[in-house]
Design a protein around this ligand. Structure first.
Ligand SMILES: [Zn+2]
Ligand SMILES: [Zn+2]
Length: 225
């Protein structure tokens, strides 16, 4: 597993299985918050990195409930008994009560009773923002002090450029592109995403990102630039 410190308080842990899959460990004065939980094979490396940071894990928060974001929860809870939070809109999908929009079958990625509704208040230095579209209860977490937005699957990226989330796994692309406006609102220094590299000053790209989407919808070519 590759561990990169992306800002003063945030470490990104990634592995590659065709695409990168990442989680974030966020440090505060009192302890650690794990943002997303990747796939089961990541548990060991994540636990090792948390140990190296020498602070107790306080909680796990989820950007959303897809299985590539929840896979190591059980193994981590075996070692640290901490609460797990996801947006309340996401719970019925990840708990297998409802199929994610656009999917045929409901699928359980987290056993009911493990995750509880996220209180949308600052937690461990992170402010949650509801950013639906990729999934109904998708949340991005903004670290105000570091000015880093942990955006889960709100975007992907390519060579420092914002890209749409993976279409196959995205419930409502139009809504997801609209939710991306969070970068124009917050103007973070950096947006960090699960399946790709960081993007600097993403607010400078948002309009272009949105136009590319709109052009793709109308079939017009982009005549600006
Ligand atoms: Zn996803
Ligand atoms: Zn994902």
């Amino acid at each position: 597993m590759k561990v990169t410190q992306i800002s003063e308080h945030i470490w990104k842990c990634s592995i590659w299985i065709v695409i990168p899959i990442s989680v974030w460990i966020v440090k505060s004065d009192r302890g650690l918050t794990l943002v997303d939980a990747g796939i089961p094979w990541m548990a060991r490396g994540v636990l090792k990195q948390m140990k190296a940071l020498n602070l107790p894990l306080e909680r796990i928060v989820l950007t959303h409930g897809h299985s590539d974001h929840t896979g190591s929860i059980k193994k981590i809870l075996d070692v640290h008994q901490v609460p797990v939070y996801a947006h309340e809109l996401e719970l019925p999908y990840m708990e297998g009560e409802l199929p994610y929009p656009g999917r045929k079958k409901a699928q359980m990625s987290v056993e009911p009773g493990i995750a509880q509704p996220l209180d949308m208040q600052s937690i461990g230095g992170l402010v949650p923002y509801l950013t639906p579209g990729h999934s109904p209860g998708h949340v991005a977490f903004y670290h105000e002090q570091d000015q880093v937005l942990l955006a889960g699957d709100l975007f992907t990226s390519k060579r420092g450029q914002l890209q749409q989330p993976m279409a196959m796994f995205t419930a409502d692309m139009e809504q997801a592109v609209g939710s991306g406006a969070i970068v124009a609102q917050l103007k973070p220094k950096l947006v960090s995403i699960c399946h790709g590299g960081e993007v600097q000053l993403p607010h400078q790209q948002y309009e272009a990102y949105k136009s590319r989407w709109m052009d793709s919808q109308t079939g017009q070519s982009n005549v600006h630039s």
